[in-house]
Ligand binder design. Structure first.
Ligand code: SAM
Length: 171
């Protein structure tokens, strides 16, 4: 019986890993691979963003959802959009287990997501996608909105503030 349970769990884990890896390749093509932000970086992103209780925040490529769960107490609505279904599912499980109410995860491609009602955009993307992202952000986001980028910078857009590898941009 024990062997059966352990075997079943192992099988589920391996299936999850296989699905994760295949989707991660697709994520690399469409954006960036899954590399979770370090705790300290997330803290810097939160402090530089000056989050308000009225803010709608979107984590672009939300991974395992750690950022949306972390920022949820400080904003009206914390959203994540994630292309990898394994990660989106994992985020939803964590959110349910932690009873997160104002958190939303959508499994979709962020290039097709309309950013017009987003007040704060959290980004941890990759260098060669930043120009395309800058064009999308400037076309869709409203004046006064903030973009907080972990690690990577926009090539011509000057940040309003910069701290420990995190940059704040103002629309
Ligand atoms: C560098 S990780 C950042 C994860 C999370 N934001 C964090 O900071 O911990 C980038 C994430 O974006 C996702 N991703 C890549 N391209 C995407 C796309 N076009 N649409 C939605 N998600 C995407 C990846 O699957 C990955 O989880």
């Amino acid at each position: 019986m024990t062997y059966f349970i352990v075997g079943t769990l192992l099988l589920f884990f391996m299936l999850f890993l296989a699905a994760f890896s295949i989707w991660n390749v697709y994520a690399i093509i469409r954006g960036a691979p899954f590399v979770p932000s370090a705790k300290k970086r997330v803290q810097t992103m939160i402090s530089i963003a000056n989050l308000q209780k009225t803010d709608v925040l979107l984590d672009l490529g939300s991974g395992d959802g750690r950022i949306v769960r972390r920022v949820a107490p400080f904003v009206k609505n914390a959203r994540g959009i994630e292309i990898n279904p394994s990660l989106a599912l994992l985020s939803k499980v964590f959110n349910t287990l932690q009873h997160k109410k104002n958190v939303e995860i959508r499994c979709a491609d962020f290039w097709h997501y309309d950013l017009s009602d987003v007040d704060v955009l959290f980004v941890y993307c990759i260098d060669h996608k930043m120009n395309r992202l800058e064009a999308k952000v400037k076309k869709e986001m409203k004046p006064g909105a903030r973009v907080v980028s972990n690690g990577f910078k926009f090539s011509t857009w000057k940040p309003r503030e910069e701290k420990d590898g995190v940059r704040l941009y103002l629309l």
